[in-house]
Design a protein around this ligand. Structure first.
Ligand code: ARG
Ligand code: ZN
Length: 854
């Protein structure tokens, strides 16, 4: 462990030095890569400060100042920095370091993924490559020469344009790249390896030809087509929607199997987790296809929101991430069903972001204190950050939002700026005051709206009284009122009216006149703000909203609210009798005409995670039992309808247009219910045998795992044999087995840990077993024996030494212990305390453990 002092937003100071240009030369070798880093540096303040460069885990070979080698007395070296005592104003500093990519299991800086070299520099990985001013507001022009063995590494890639290439002695060759754009070092990338390349091109709106190149492991070319198509759609969408055009002559994407996150937007050279590139009918699900397109879009959109305009410091991460997630969500909505995309985004937010915001790591979308930056690539910064941008979009409307964006780029192109700069541009460009709105950037926690209605028949006046509650938290003991845009629809017999109101005080009244009968309120249409709503509407009203509201989110949400109420009732009293009306309402959804994908969402019960969020504290098994009861109730009550739909939608040849995808989703929701009924056990088994695509195959195995089907072990064996050579599908294979829902799971896990393909060093694989079990097998994760918690803690401890970032992500379900009953809390805490005593505790884990146990 190195730097144990947290950094504070308020302490920000601009750099005393600028780096005008950075010339890098890499001589690649597995365990001893030599990096020559020649920087043209200029002092830009009049302070006589020494130059302090960041560096970690580097072997320093030499330092030269204006071509003269410095002796050891002329610089100071420690674990995290290299300090040069110089008064020079303008100088060339050449630093030579040696690094060990092969043993870099943290996958930060330069590392090996299989046979290829690749980099991940965001947030602070560049300092593991060379000594540098590793901060996003130091922007330089990069030239990169890559040298490696020609046979093993025929492709040598870096950012920008190729300016030179040639052969060298000893079977080596080199390629030199130059990036004409100023960039911070976190956007630096280098890749060397042997690949298959999918080549295409795109002509931008102003007629420039851009070469598109997608690098995948040999043999995977057919699986790259979808990513290429997605890239072109993204390029076109950004031109049409925001007038933003690509700016280099080449755009490269490389897919690698070892990657901590989803992907990385390095200028002109994106590096991707292969999970978000490779897809074909037999190996990828509909969800995989959707995600590939969304992540390709996300990284592409970063070229403007992130690269052309970047962050001043890492506290501003949401400046680029919240905005870019908003942009990719809008893109997905335009490419598919906007309603279904929105519902799925809301589900993620409610299940995971709300949990984060209620837990020990709660932070505002612009955090104020950071120990390990990698811990802040969170659902809050990304997903809540996107909701905050969406609220600006709602307040301004599409046209003014665009005016604000235009001004943002006009003002800040080529600069490193803050979230305040962004909001100011949106306010100035649109003429709309956003000063109170800015509090969303500094306040953590999920606001709760308390809604009351009253009706004056005489005056024909309908009144909504809305209060906002921003509960104080340990991190922020005082909270302020937020500006909250609320969309709603009033439903009455003869009309529907839509309204946008803004709540800015702690409590406000909103009056609607001209009603002879009390209207019904479809509240928070489109989920116009990331809040919880406490609005005790009657069940008949919810049932009506389910069918009558114009907004699909409202229709879906009313159904979810009804279900949630009954689940709460069942948690209180397991003998609670569920009303037959529920079956009637669901029968309507199932049988009336309508969009299949939307129906699939409407028929899906709220998830365990979404429900946990609604309790202060809960016995997880009680909640799971309640869920099981309502699931069975619906399955039994609608068995023949589910079966009919299932039959109607089965046996069709695979197609991947929107309609077919929606129908497949609906069919599989029907199958999910039916799989809980003994009369229909053969359906999942048959679907596995007959499936011609991965969506159906996976659904069949998934439901067998969830129902602990007797046929599961035989079919998963078959699945494993078939896919043994395909890593991304083997991830699914581990994941499915981790979900098996009976006592035998612990023996199964013990066997799987010993599986020859279970490689803890591969993040996707680690997540597919450990993450899947602890996140998606709650009944056994929370088992009172404590075995589930121990299983997770054991692997987190091992990963602490291998890959702290992955360890720190996987620990999430343990640090959210406060949501559960006291017995479980105690057991979970024991594991956390044990982890906190690890001898080599990483910054990543330390920060979370301190927060959870503090
Ligand atoms: N900027 C990347 C993205 O959102 C994420 C990179 C984060 N990497 C990390 N090691 N924290 O696409
Ligand atoms: Zn991003």
């Amino acid at each position: 462990m190195t730097d144990t002092n947290a950094r504070i937003l308020a302490d920000y100071q601009p750099s005393d030095f600028a780096i005008l240009s950075t010339e890098l030369e890499f001589d690649l070798a597995d365990q001893a890569t030599r990096v020559v880093n020649k920087m043209h540096i200029e002092r830009i303040t009049d302070k006589a400060q020494p130059l302090i460069l960041d560096g970690e885990q580097l072997k320093l070979i030499s330092v030269q100042l204006n071509n003269i080698e410095l002796s050891e007395s002329q610089y100071q070296l420690n674990e995290t920095s290299l300090t040069i005592d110089t008064e020079a104003q303008d100088f060339i500093l050449t630093v030579i370091t040696e690094i060990d990519p092969l043993n870099n299991t943290a996958l930060e800086g330069l590392f090996k993924s299989g046979d290829a070299f690749c980099t991940q520099c965001e947030a602070e990985g560049f300092r593991r490559i060379t000594y540098y001013l590793d901060r996003p507001d130091v922007m330089a022009k990069f030239t990169t020469k890559v040298i490696a063995d020609k046979k093993q590494y025929p492709y040598l890639l870096s950012n920008g344009n190729k300016i030179a290439a040639g052969d060298l002695a000893n079977g080596k060759h080199f390629v030199t790249w130059q990036d004409p754009f100023l960039k911070p070092c976190y956007l630096f990338a280098l890749v060397a390896g042997d690949f298959d390349v999918l080549r295409s091109s795109y002509t931008t709106v102003s007629g420039r030809e851009v070469a598109l190149e997608l690098f995948v492991d040999r043999g995977n070319l057919p699986k790259a087509e979808h990513a290429m198509t997605s890239l072109k759609k993204s390029m076109q969408w950004d031109e049409q929607t925001f007038g933003l055009e690509y700016d280099l002559d080449i755009y490269m994407i490389v897919a690698v199997d070892f990657f901590n996150m989803g992907a990385m937007e390095n200028k002109g050279l994106n590096v991707f987790n292969s999970k978000f590139v490779l897809a074909d009918q037999s190996s990828a699900t509909d969800t995989d296809y959707f995600n590939v397109e969304a992540v390709i879009a996300h990284e592409y959109f970063h070229n403007w929101t992130g690269n052309r305009v970047t962050c001043r410091d890492w506290f501003q991460l949401s400046l680029k991430e919240g905005l870019t997630v908003f942009r990719d969500q809008q893109f997905s909505g335009d490419m598919h069903s906007a309603a279904v995309t929105r519902i799925q985004n809301v589900r993620v937010l409610r299940a995971q972001q709300f949990a984060e915001d209620a837990g020990p790591m709660a932070h505002p979308i612009r955090p104020e204190k950071v120990l390990e930056m990698n811990n802040f690539y969170t659902l809050t910064v990304y997903e809540k950050g996107a909701e905050v941008i969406r609220m600006i979009h709602t307040l301004l409307g599409q046209d003014k939002f665009r005016q604000g964006m235009d001004l943002y780029f006009q003002r800040f192109d080529g600069m490193a700026v803050t979230c305040d700069d962004f909001v100011d541009a949106m306010a100035d460009g649109s003429g709309i005051d956003l000063s109170q709105f800015k509090r969303w950037y500094s306040q953590s926690g999920t606001p709760e709206l308390i809604v009351k209605e009253s009706f004056d028949k005489q005056q024909q006046l309908f009144t909504l009284t809305i209060a906002q509650v921003n509960k104080p938290s340990k991190q922020q003991t005082e909270k302020q009122d937020l500006l909250i845009p609320i969309k709603l629809e009033l439903l009455s017999d003869n009309e529907k009216t839509q309204h946008l109101i803004t709540l800015s005080d702690s409590q406000q009244k909103f009056e609607f006149s001209g009603y002879s009968v009390k209207p019904i309120v479809a509240f928070l249409s489109g989920f116009s703000a990331p809040v919880k709503v406490n609005f005790p509407q009657r069940e008949q009203e919810l049932a009506l909203i389910m069918v009558k509201a114009s907004d699909a989110f409202n229709r879906w949400d009313a159904g979810q609210q009804l279900l949630t109420r009954y689940i709460h009732a069942l948690v209180q009293d397991a003998d609670f009798t569920l009303p037959q009306d529920l079956v009637v309402a669901f029968k309507q959804i199932l049988t009336l005409p309508g969009d299949a994908a939307l129906k699939a969402e409407q028929l899906t019960l709220p998830s365990f995670d979404e429900l946990v969020e609604q309790f202060e504290q809960i016995d997880p098994i009680k909640l799971l039992d309640a869920l099981k009861q309502i699931r069975l109730f619906l399955a039994q009550g609608l068995a023949s309808e589910f079966h009919q739909q299932f039959q109607r939608l089965s046996g069709r040849a695979y197609q991947n247009d929107g309609q077919s995808i929606g129908e497949r989703a609906l069919k599989n929701v029907c199958l999910a219910y039916l799989s809980h009924l003994s009369d229909y056990q053969s359906l999942t088994v048959n679907q596995y045998q007959n499936a011609d695509n991965m969506t159906d195959t996976l659904a069949a195995l998934h439901y067998q795992a969830l129902t602990a089907s007797a046929r599961f072990s035989e079919q998963i064996k078959d699945f494993e044999q078939k896919w043994y050579q395909t890593p991304l599908v083997m991830d699914k294979c581990f994941m499915l087995q981790a979900l098996f829902a009976d006592e035998s799971i612990f023996n199964k896990l013990a066997v799987l840990e010993q599986h020859p393909l279970f490689i803890l060093k591969n993040p996707n694989r680690a997540r597919s077993l450990i993450g899947a079990f602890s996140h998606n097998n709650p009944r056994y994760f929370h088992c009172l024996s404590g075995r589930g918690y121990r299983f997770l803690a054991k692997h987190v401890a091992a990963l602490n030494d291998i890959n702290p970032q992955v360890a720190s992500r996987l620990i999430t379900p343990l640090i959210q212990f406060k949501k559960f009953d006291s017995k479980r809390q105690a057991m979970m805490k024991t594991e956390l305390v044990n982890l906190s005593q690890l001898s080599n505790l990483s910054r990543d884990l330390k920060e979370k453990l301190d927060a959870a146990l503090g």
